[in-house]
Design a protein around this ligand. Structure first.
Ligand SMILES: O=C(O)CCC(=O)C(=O)O
Ligand SMILES: [Fe+2]
Length: 258
């Protein structure tokens, strides 16, 4: 019997596009809130940095949580309007500073749920004007249907995929791209003169187990972790931390094979 997958979007048109393409653009109609969120970023990080900086990697724990909450309050709250009963996993600012080393190569994000039944979703929102020069998000449509599991010390490099073969997402402030973390995405360096600031908020279905996938001694292990695992985490995921959680056995899961 075919497995029917739980929906992500309340709206059927968005749902159908997300299912086939692995991403969809949504109007949040909150440009003022997005401008204020950019201000919140600047107040937390008033100095210039280098490259593409994720606030979820901030070693200042206090500031990391503040950043997480700013993004969660605006994007996470708004998500409940158009997502069908999803819960929060994590959120972050992603600031791309002018300069050559801010490019993000093609990749997928961590596998967070059993994708036979569920889809996680990442809501990526520009908070400053995102021209082509500033470094727009690019996606490879449909790639969510074949990319392998991704986790800590388990990721594939997509060096054969050129940015020019990907779809460049042009967004106004107030719009968002919602992508499946399995969809290959990337962004070029920022060649403009000012930082490109975005917010990203990740959610999964309310009833789904949250996963952490990792590779240990040549084995791929899938742990069912608690809902605060990623948002509350110190910066390192250790074997000791993972030993608190249940390993899920899923022998028939063909995407175990890399
Ligand atoms: O903001 C970007 O350009 C890349 C973001 C990204 O890859 C992510 O948030 O997972
Ligand atoms: Fe990513």
């Amino acid at each position: 019997m075919a497995i029917s997958k739980r929906r992500t979007f309340k709206d059927s048109v968005l749902q159908a596009a997300f299912r086939t393409q692995g991403y969809v653009v949504v109007n949040l109609d909150e440009s003022e809130k997005m401008n204020r969120l950019a201000e919140a970023y600047r107040s937390l990080y008033p100095y210039n940095q280098e490259g593409c900086v994720f606030s979820c990697h901030d070693t200042d724990c206090n500031r990391r949580f503040k950043a997480q909450n700013f993004v969660r309050q605006v994007i996470g709250e708004k998500a409940s309007v158009f997502l069908d009963n999803y819960k929060f996993v994590n959120s972050s600012f992603v600031a791309k500073y002018p300069g050559e080393n801010g490019a993000i190569p093609p990749h997928t994000d961590f596998t967070l749920v059993d994708d036979r039944y569920y889809s996680a979703v990442s809501i990526w929102v520009p908070l400053t004007e995102t021209t082509a020069a500033a470094g727009r998000l690019h996606v490879l449509p449909g790639s969510h249907r074949y990319t392998p599991l991704c986790g800590s010390n388990l990721f594939r490099k997509y060096t054969d995929i050129k940015l020019s073969s990907m779809t460049e997402i042009e967004l106004e402030i107030g719009q968002a791209v919602c992508y499946d973390p399995r969809t290959i995405h990337a962004s070029p360096a920022n060649t403009s003169s000012s930082p490109r600031i975005a917010g990203n908020c990740v959610l999964i279905p309310e009833e789904a187990d949250l996963w952490h996938v990792t590779c240990q001694d040549q084995d791929i292990l899938i742990y069912a972790v608690d809902d605060g695992f990623y948002s509350g985490l110190g910066l390192t995921i250790t074997h000791k931390l993972l030993s608190n959680y249940r390993v899920i056995h899923a022998e028939h899961f063909e995407r175990f094979v890399l």
